[in-house]
Design a protein around this ligand. Structure first.
Ligand SMILES: O=P(O)(O)O[C@H]1O[C@H](CO)[C@@H](O)[C@H]1O
Length: 336
C-alpha cells in the first residue's frame, strides 16, 4: 500500500498506484496533461537517499549550509579538508547551467565548523520548477544542517546602495509567489514541516546583528545595509516600470533566486542568514543618462572583486556560530 497522498485510497485500482504511474501505465488523457504537483517531484525518501550519499561519501555531517551566489563560488574554495561532489555524480541532482555556478557540492571544515556549500544554485529560469531549485535545501536538512547561509548577486534599487555594497536580507517580497508559484505547492509532507508555515522573522535577527558587528570590525559598515530582497522569474533583467513598482513596494535589491530556498529552509525550521552583493545599480528613471543596463559579465566581475570581503564576512560569522552550543538534536550528532 502506498502511503503517498497522490494515490492513498486508490490501491485497489489498477493503473492508479504511484508505481503504475511511474511506468506510464493506465493514465487517462486527463491525467497525462495534469502537471505533477511540485512537492511530489522529490519525495522524502529520495531526499534521504541523496543526503545519505553525501554524508557517507564525505564522512562528515555538516551543521551549516552555504549557497554561493553568481560569481561567489569562492565562498566554497576556502573550505578545508574538502570533499567535492560534482552535481552530475550525485544521484537525482540537477545540473548547473548558468555561468558563474560551477555545479559542485563541497563538504568540509570552515572556521572549525563542518559545512556544505553549493557552488552553483538552480534558478527558475533554467527551466527547473521551484521545488527542484530548492530541493538541495531539504538535502542539507537531512544531512544535519541547522543554518542556511544563502548568498546572491543582486541589482540595487535603493538609491543609497552602491555597487559592491552588501545588503543583509531581513525580509523579502516573493514575486513568484504573487504569481501563484511556490516550492511547497502540492501535498505537504509533515516530515519536512507544516502545511502553512509562517514567514515572519524568517531572517534570523541575531545573525543579522552579529554580521553588522563583524562588518564594523572589518571597517565596511558604510558599505553594509539591512534591506528587502525580491526574486523575479528572470532571465530578463527588469524594466524601469517594474523597478519603479518594486521600489514602491519597499524592495531594496532585486534578483532571480534565494526566496524559494529561504521558504524551503523555514518550512523545515532551519535558521536563515542571507545577503545580497549589490553588483549593479538599477536605473529607475527613464531619463537617466548613465549607461546602466544590467549584464551578467558585470555581475560576475563585481562579485569577483568583492569575494574577499564576502568570504571574510561568512567565515567570521561561521566562527561565531561554531562557538555557540548546538541547538537541535540533529546538530548534536557528530560524526557519521
Ligand atoms: O541570484 P544569483 O544566483 O546570485 O544570480 C543573479 O545573477 C544572475 C543574473 O546576472 C541571476 O541568476 C541572478 O539571480
Amino acid at each position: 500500500m502506498c502511503s503517498r497522498d497522490c494515490c492513498s485510497g486508490q490501491t485497489g485500482k489498477p493503473g492508479n498506484s504511484c508505481a503504475d504511474k511511474k511506468k506510464g501505465k493506465g493514465l487517462s488523457d486527463e491525467e497525462k496533461i495534469v502537471p505533477t504537483p511540485q512537492s511530489l517531484l522529490y519525495p522524502y525518501e529520495v531526499i534521504q537517499e541523496i543526503a545519505d550519499f553525501i554524508v557517507k561519501g564525505s564522512g562528515m555531517r555538516p551543521r551549516i549550509g552555504i549557497i554561493c551566489g553568481s560569481g561567489l563560488g569562492s565562498l566554497a574554495d576556502i573550505i578545508q579538508d574538502a570533499k567535492v561532489f560534482e552535481y552530475e555524480k550525485i544521484p537525482n541532482f540537477p545540473v548547473s547551467t548558468v555561468e558563474g555556478h560551477a555545479g559542485k557540492l563541497v563538504v568540509g571544515n570552515l572556521e572549525g565548523a563542518c559545512v556544505m556549500a553549493m557552488q552553483g544554485r538552480f534558478h527558475f529560469y533554467e527551466g527547473y520548477p521551484l521545488a527542484k531549485c530548492s530541493m538541495p535545501v531539504r538535502v542539507m536538512k537531512l544531512c544535519g544542517v541547522e543554518y542556511l547561509f544563502a548568498t546572491n548577486a543582486a541589482g540595487g534599487i535603493n538609491p543609497k546602495y552602491m555597487v559592491g555594497d552588501i545588503m543583509l536580507m531581513h525580509d523579502h517580497v516573493n514575486m513568484l509567489g504573487f504569481a501563484g508559484n511556490s516550492p511547497l505547492q502540492g501535498p505537504n509532507d509533515p516530515r519536512f514541516g507544516p502545511r502553512f508555515p509562517a514567514l515572519v522573522n524568517s531572517y534570523n535577527k541575531d545573525l543579522i546583528n552579529k554580521a553588522l558587528e563583524i562588518g564594523k570590525a572589518m571597517g565596511i559598515e558604510s558599505n553594509m545595509h539591512v534591506g528587502v530582497y525580491s526574486c523575479l522569474g528572470g532571465p530578463t533583467y527588469e524594466t524601469i516600470a517594474e523597478l519603479k513598482a518594486l521600489r514602491l513596494m519597499g524592495v531594496d535589491a532585486v534578483g532571480m533566486s534565494t526566496v524559494h530556498e529561504v521558504i524551503t529552509a523555514r518550512h523545515c525550521d532551519m535558521k536563515v542568514f542571507a545577503f545580497s552583493l549589490i553588483t549593479n545599480k538599477c536605473s529607475i528613471e527613464y531619463d537617466d543618462k548613465r549607461d546602466q543596463e544590467a549584464n551578467h559579465e558585470e555581475v560576475m566581475a563585481v562579485a569577483k572583486n568583492r569575494q574577499k570581503a564576502c568570504c571574510e564576512l561568512v567565515s567570521r560569522l561561521i566562527r561565531e556560530i561554531h562557538a555557540m552550543p548546538p541547538s537541535g538534536t540533529q546538530a548534536a550528532k557528530t560524526g557519521v
